[in-house]
Design a protein around this ligand. Structure first.
Ligand code: 2HG
Ligand code: ZN
Length: 484
C-alpha cells in the first residue's frame, strides 16, 4: 500500500485523474482507500489470493456503477467486480499490481419488486442470497438457489459465477433461475435486459453470456429471478447405503417415489462424517454406526401434510428390503431436519482441522459417479501413501467435491506442492468420463490454466473472440477465466 493509501502503481496522470473523478461521483460513502476497510476484500475466502487496489468503489446505483466503469474505461483502469467475496476460485480478488479498481456491489442491495403472480422478483446485485430467499418466502414463493455461503454471498456474484448448490437437481443452476439482467458494459453503457418473460425467442440470448462470465464481460447490477411455489412439506433422511453403486440405484428410486419432488441428494463419504463428529462439537452422530457411504436426501412437496414423509418412508422400506439402504434416519421435526443439514455444512468446515486439502469441483454424468470415485480413489492411493480422499457433494446432479486431505503427519506445504500432479490425476479421470473440471465454482484464477488443457482450441478461440468483442480493451476482471 502506498503512503496515500492506494495501491500506488497507477500508470499515468489520466488514471490518477480518473480515480479522483470516481471519488467525486461517488461521494464520501462511495469509496475507500483505508487499509483496514480494504484488507478483508483483498483476500479470497480460502486465503489463496492476496491482491491490492487503487481504490475501492462502492456505488449505490446502476448509474453510479456506470459512471465508475465509464471513467475506468476512458483511463484504461481495470475493474474487478465483487459481491460477497465468497468465490472459491479467486474470481473477485484483484491482482497484486495495485492498479485495479475494486468495484463492490454491496450497497446495491434493494429488492426492486416482487410479482408473485408472475413468479418473479427483481433484485439488485448486492442483495445477500439469504435475504432474497426470505423476501420470496414472505410472498409464499421459493427462490431455490441454496448453498453454504448463502448468508453472505450476493446474488450478483451468484449470477456472475452461475452458482450451483444443493437444489440444482430439481430447479437447475443459477443460469436456469434468471429471466432478465441489467448489465453495465465495459464502456459504461447500461444494458437494460430486465425482462420478466419465460418465453423470449428474439435472437441470441445475451443474458446467458453474462451469467457465469465471472465479471469478465461486464458488471451485473440487477436481475429478474424466477420464483417457484413455496414447498409446504419437506421430508429429509440420512441413509447409509450398501456401496457406491447403491447411490445411483437409490437416486432413481427417490426420484420416482417422490413424483420427481426430490430436491436434494447429497453423497457423504464416511470419512467426512467422521471428521465432522471429531472436530465440530455441535455435530452429533445421526446414525448408530459408521458407514462408508451415506446419502442426505430431501423431498419437497407443495401440499401441507405428510405425503412426502410417507413416500420417503415407504421408498426407504423398499430400499432396505432390497439391500440398497442399510440404515436410515428420517427427520421427525424441523429441528431434526436442521441437524441433518448442519452435518452437511459441518463436513466442509471439518476438513480444515485435518491439515491441508486439495479440492476439486468436478461433474460427470450421474451414472458415472461411482466409477469416477472408485477410479480416483485407486489412482490416488497408489500415487501417494496415506492420502485421504474426502468425496462429498451434489451427486443428484453429478457434481462431486472430490477433496483430498493430506496424509497424517505430512507437512502441509509439502502436500500442497504436489497439488498439480493430483489435479492431473483427478481431472484426467474426469475428462476421460466426459466430465467437467469445474461444475459449480467457476474458473477464476485458480483453474484458468487448467481450463486450457481441457477445452478444445475451438472453444477457447470462441471464448476469446467473445471477450475481445465485448471487452476490447480487456479491462473487465482481467486474468480471470482467460489470460487476457
Ligand atoms: C459445498 O458444496 C461447497 O459445500 C464447497 O460447494 C465445497 O469446500 C468445498 O469443496
Ligand atoms: Zn458444492
Amino acid at each position: 500500500m502506498a503512503p496515500d493509501g492506494s495501491g500506488g502503481l497507477l500508470g499515468n496522470d489520466a488514471q490518477r485523474q480518473a480515480i479522483e473523478e470516481i471519488k467525486a461521483v461517488l461521494g464520501p460513502k462511495g469509496w475507500s482507500q483505508e487499509p483496514d476497510t480494504l484488507a478483508p476484500l483483498l483476500v479470497d475466502t480460502r486465503g489463496y489470493y492476496h491482491g491490492a487496489c487503487a481504490l475501492l468503489a462502492r456505488p449505490d446505483s446502476t448509474e453510479e456503477t456506470a459512471a465508475v466503469v465509464r471513467l475506468c474505461n476512458r483511463a484504461g483502469l481495470p475493474v474487478v467486480p465483487q459481491g460477497g467475496n465468497t468465490s472459491r476460485v479467486g474470481s473477485a480478488t484483484p491482482d497484486e499490481s495495485g492498479a485495479q479498481v475494486l468495484l463492490s456491489m454491496a450497497r446495491m442491495n434493494r429488492v426492486r419488486g416482487i410479482d408473485p403472480a408472475n413468479y418473479t422478483m427483481t433484485v439488485e446485485a448486492g442483495c445477500v442470497l439469504k435475504d432474497v430467499q426470505d423476501r420470496a418466502a414472505a410472498q409464499d414463493r421459493l427462490f431455490p438457489l441454496s448453498l453454504g455461503a448463502e448468508g453472505s454471498c450476493m446474488i450478483g456474484g451468484n449470477i456472475a459465477s452461475n452458482a450451483g448448490g444443493i437444489n440444482v437437481l430439481r430447479y437447475g443452476n443459477t443460469r436456469d433461475l434468471v429471466l432478465g439482467l441489467e448489465v453495465v458494459l465495459p464502456t459504461g453503457e447500461i444494458w437494460n435486459g430486465l425482462r420478466q418473460l419465460r418465453k423470449d425467442n428474439t435472437g441470441y440470448d445475451l443474458k446467458q453470456l453474462y451469467i457465469g462470465s465471472e465479471g469478465t464481460l461486464g458488471v451485473i447490477t440487477a436481475a429478474v429471478l424466477k420464483l417457484f411455489p413455496l414447498p409446504k412439506e419437506r421430508a429429509t433422511a440420512l441413509c447409509a447405503i450398501r456401496d457406491l453403486d447403491a447411490c445411483i440405484e437409490l437416486l432413481a428410486r427417490a426420484r420416482e417415489a417422490s413424483g420427481d419432488a426430490l430436491s436434494s441428494f447429497e453423497l457423504l463419504a464416511g470419512i467426512t462424517l467422521d471428521f465432522a463428529y471429531k472436530h465440530i462439537d455441535t455435530a452429533k452422530p445421526a446414525l448408530d454406526s459408521d458407514y462408508d457411504w451415506t446419502v442426505l436426501m430431501e423431498f419437497s412437496g407443495l401440499e401441507p401434510g405428510h405425503a412426502m414423509q410417507n413416500a420417503l418412508e415407504s421408498m426407504l422400506e423398499g430400499a432396505f428390503e432390497d439391500g440398497v439402504v442399510v440404515d436410515a434416519v428420517i427427520a421427525q421435526s424441523e429441528q431434526q431436519r436442521a441437524d441433518l443439514w448442519f452435518l452437511r455444512e459441518a463436513i466442509v468446515e471439518a476438513q480444515a482441522y485435518e491439515g491441508a486439502s486439495i479440492k476439486h469441483d468436478v461433474s460427470v454424468p450421474v451414472s458415472k459417479v461411482p466409477e469416477f470415485i472408485r477410479r480416483s480413489n485407486e489412482a490416488l492411493t497408489n500415487h501417494m501413501r496415506g492420502i485421504r480422499p474426502y468425496p462429498f457433494g451434489h451427486v443428484g446432479d453429478g457434481n462431486i467435491h472430490y477433496n483430498i486431505t493430506q496424509p497424517v503427519g505430512a507437512e502441509p506445504a509439502d502436500f500442497m506442492a504436489r497439488a498439480e500432479e493430483i489435479h492431473d490425476i483427478v481431472h484426467g479421470i474426469t475428462h476421460d468420463l466426459n466430465g467437467s473440471i469445474s461444475a459449480e465454482h467457476g474458473i477464476g484464477q485458480l483453474k484458468r490454466d487448467e481450463l486450457k488443457r481441457y477445452k478444445s482450441d475451438l472453444e477457447l478461440d470462441l471464448m476469446r473472440a467473445l471477450k475481445s468483442t465485448l471487452d476490447p480493451k480487456g479491462l473487465m476482471n482481467p486474468g480471470k477465466v482467460l489470460d487476457t
